[in-house]
Write a protein that binds this ligand. Structure first.
Ligand code: IVH
Length: 706
């Protein structure tokens, strides 16, 4: 594992930089996992990054970002589904990894409740199902709504799809008038294998694992497709209730079972950490025979009265914890190191492995991250793996956690042959031959070929048509790759001239393999539909480095129109002057992102390509929020401390919708500080500056949401 600098030794600047980096990485990881059902990093890696983020935030409370990953659950719901605001937020769980963490969990709870170490305190212990959570709303005993978690506050309405799941009863008897049952949708190993076999027959997409298959199946716009996918459901929690189900967790689960919900048979009541750990060991032993994926064990305080006294932190309950299983490992031969070139030109080394089974999955490729990682160094130049480098021909340890790209974690020097040589990372791009340069401070070497590099051009096109970008039906990654290879589409603007160039009488396109008259026509129509595009989507689609979906929308909100924005980018070309200052002044746009944006617009090649594209489009302006009568319009607001009724992200979005500017730090320019419990230095500073301060309820009253 990489040696990272201990949090205690970080300088303030380093902490700030790392928090910004972690926010970026975690937003992307959340999106890949929750919105795209295609995780990019392992769960264990994710957990590690999140704990690191939390540790830095604890030490540098004043540097906590307004968009802190600690305040986020999941990702915003995808377009295409109606949105459902959860009556009670759907939360996440904090994680534990060993016996010590469990003892700490028990201690923390006892301290909070004022219970001595001898007092009896029971917990339920049950498998943590590796699927996706779903909230089912029953009114008068009838299922009226099913919603995914989404970002915890707002999920996707998947009612029609949930009705196809046989474990989910349509009507229940003896239930409270309003009852939300929550649990996990998953797919069994057997059904997953059969589904992939059917997909293969149809030459359709293969799912990487049961979780992705379950998520992809539940989140289908056409419920007839969901019906053909055998999904299952375990109930383990609840949301809004007009009357309590029981007074203990265990009896509530029994009540759910009586009402006809599937509940997990491995749920047990444990008296204290020792019994919890014993139950964990039992579940871990049975893991491979269960027939479905689990990734740990969840412990919950059994007494619901105590649960409500313990309450919640911003995104997790104090009364529950997930005890995760360790990641899975195997040793195998590294046959070769290949280099892949990504959208931004990054050269990524990929390990080609002698196939090996890791936790039930055959692995033949793994990531090697970057050239330093291969050399045995982390991004700061510190040794990792005791400085051991990785060579072609080496015996390597492959690490895989859950459902993500496996990585090469270690190397066994005792098995290294004399014939191996240190790996020499290429200094030219293997795809286009251009120089591959590593800039100071960048862990990654990048191809300088820009759009002349076929790999970059294709990856940019794939990004351009992806779901959060142009999302053109019938034009996915596979199709753009084909069109690029054949020279039909070389850059985004050419998508919009495809009909003129190849559509005449549809002759050429419909004669291509995989295309008929109908699909060709549909494609042209789908392309036409996207000639009107929201500003934020267009900006995100350009795939400019460091400019993600959230930032694109933020920029769109700030500038309003594409024309306004493009001329501001021209004005900022020298990285100085009011346009540059204006860009940097946007809360959420840092210098690195700003430079990347301005550079993209200033480079003649890239700019011409953007202009060629925008000539085919009507870019929809992003309306400034309607802030008439808003008491906080134009005010600068800072949120600090723990918010209990909303996440930071919700609070920020709501404040911005009301025309306020949300800032991460208190200064003389701050108009109002909203301080929750635990507010520290920021509240003190505000007091010193005589700035108005309210608590969360005061804020809600002020904006009329109380
Ligand atoms: S309890 C308020 N119990 O794990 C907490 N969650 O990492 C409600 N999960 O969002 C969650 N099995 O999707 C709970 N037995 C279980 C679970 C479980 C899987 C999922 C759930 C949750 C996620 C948190």
């Amino acid at each position: 594992m990489a040696k990272v600098k201990p949090v205690e030794t970080l300088t303030e600047d380093e902490a700030k930089q790392e928090l910004a980096h972690l926010a970026d990485v975690l937003v992307q990881a959340n999106k890949a996992y929750h919105t795209e059902d295609a995780p990019e990093i392992s769960d264990a890696e994710y957990d590690k990054l999140k704990s690191r983020n939390a540790a830095i935030e604890t030490r540098f409370a004043h540097l906590k970002r307004a968009d802190s990953p600690s305040e986020q659950v999941g990702a915003t719901p995808a377009d295409g589904f109606a949105k459902v605001t959860h009556a009670v937020r759907m939360l996440s769980l904090s994680n534990a990894f060993d016996a010590e963490d469990i003892a700490d969990f028990d201690d923390r709870i006892r301290r909070y409740l004022g219970l001595g170490s001898e007092a009896a305190l029971a917990y339920t212990s049950e498998p943590k199902i590796d699927g996706l959570s779903l909230s089912l709303r029953y009114e008068g005993g009838k299922l009226v709504q099913a919603a995914t978690r989404g970002d915890g506050a707002v999920g996707e309405n998947v009612t029609a799809n949930a009705r196809t799941i046989s474990d989910i009863p349509d009507t229940v008897s003896g239930a409270p008038e309003v009852m939300e049952i929550r649990g996990e949708v998953y797919m069994s190993h057997e059904d997953f294998a059969a589904l992939n076999a059917r997909q293969a027959e149809k030459a359709d997409k293969q799912f990487a694992n049961p979780r992705n298959a379950a998520a992809g199946s539940l989140r289908q716009l056409d419920s007839n497709i969901t019906r053909e996918r055998p999904l299952r459901f375990f109930a383990y929690a609840w949301g809004e209730l007009s009357a309590p189900l029981a007074d203990h967790q265990m009896t509530a689960i029994e009540r759910m079972a009586e009402m006809g919900f599937a509940t997990n048979p491995l749920t047990a009541l444990c008296n204290g950490p020792q019994e919890m750990l014993a139950h964990y060991a039992q579940i871990e032993q049975r893991r491979s025979d269960l027939g479905y994926d689990i990734d740990g064990v969840v412990y919950k305080v059994d007494d619901l009265g105590l649960q409500s006294r313990l309450g919640f932190r911003s995104t997790t309950p104090r009364w529950a914890i997930a005890h995760k299983f360790p990641a899975e490992l195997a040793w195998t031969r590294l046959e070769a190191i290949d280099i892949q070139v990504g959208r931004t030109g990054a050269l990524s080394p990929v390990a080609r492995l002698q196939p090996v089974t890791v936790g039930g999955v055959v692995v033949s490729n793994a990531t090697l991250h970057n050239e330093d990682y291969i050399a045995g160094l982390d991004s700061k130049g510190n040794e990792i793996r005791g400085g051991k480098d990785i060579r072609e021909g080496d015996w390597v340890q492959v690490y895989r956690a859950g459902d993500v790209i496996p990585k090469v974690a270690d190397v066994d020097l005792s098995k290294r042959s004399d014939k191996t040589a240190p790996y020499i990372f290429p200094e030219t791009c293997p795809e286009c031959g251009s120089a591959a340069i590593r800039e100071e401070g960048d862990a990654v070497r990048r191809c300088t070929g820009g759009l002349i590099c076929p790999a970059q051009a294709v990856e940019k096109l794939k990004h351009f048509v992806s779901r959060a970008a142009f999302d053109i039906e019938g034009l996915g990654a596979k199709q753009v790759e084909q069109f690029y290879r054949d020279g039909w589409i070389r850059e985004p603007s050419e998508i919009f001239t495809l009909r003129d160039r190849y559509g005449t009488g549809l002759q050429q396109l419909k004669n291509r393999e995989g295309w008929g008259e109908k699909s060709a026509n549909n494609l042209f129509e789908a392309i036409d539909e996207k000639r009107n595009i929201p500003f934020g989507r267009l900006l995100f689609a350009l795939g400019i480095r460091h400019v993600g979906e959230q930032a694109s929308n933020l920029i769109a909100r700030t500038y309003g129109t594409w024309g306004e924005f493009a001329s501001a980018m021209d004005g900022a070309a020298d990285f100085e002057g009011p346009d540059w200052e204006g860009l940097l002044g946007i809360d959420g746009v840092g210098e690195v992102m700003a430079r990347s944006l301005v550079t993209a617009f200033a480079q003649p090649h890239e700019r011409e390509s953007i202009d060629r594209l925008s000539a085919h489009l009507t870019v929809e302006a992003t309306a400034a929020p309607d802030t008439d009568g808003s008491p906080v319009a134009g005010k600068t607001v800072v949120f600090t401390g723990t918010l209990e009724k909303m996440t930071r992200a919700e609070a920020k979005a709501r404040a911005e919708a009301l025309g306020a500017k949300v800032s991460g730090s208190v200064s003389a320019k701050t108009d109002l500080v909203v301080a929750g419990p635990g507010a520290g230095s920021k509240a003190k500073k505000a007091e010193g500056l005589g700035i108005d301060m309210v608590d969360e309820d005061g804020w809600l009253r002020l904006i009329g949401d109380a």
